[in-house]
Design a protein around this ligand. Structure first.
Ligand SMILES: [Zn+2]
Length: 91
């Protein structure tokens, strides 16, 4: 059973329609190199923690290097996770 009309090309969809979720922008990784292996395959994702702290998540696709960075500098992963956690423990 053939459908009438040409097939819809999804790539022709208007831009700006998909803004959900996280996505990486290749333009953000220019000039960055992995401090561990020196590779240029760096993925950088801008995130905002639940407490409103803006951070960069940088990961290397060549090795397992990962780092969180904020305006204050490097963050420990544990620190980020604890910040991202919403629950509070009452002391
Ligand atoms: Zn690396």
């Amino acid at each position: 059973m053939a459908e009438a009309g040409p097939p819809v090309c999804r790539s022709a969809a208007p831009r700006g329609a998909a803004t959900t979720g996280l996505r990486t922008d290749p333009s953000l990784v220019q000039g960055l190199s992995c401090p561990d292996c020196g590779g240029a395959r760096i993925t950088r994702i801008l995130l905002t923690l639940t407490d409103g702290t803006p951070v960069d998540f940088v990961s290397c696709q060549l090795c397992e290097y990962r780092a969180w960075r904020s305006a204050d500098g490097a963050l420990e992963l544990d620190g980020v996770l604890s910040r991202a956690r919403r629950e509070r423990r009452s002391a």
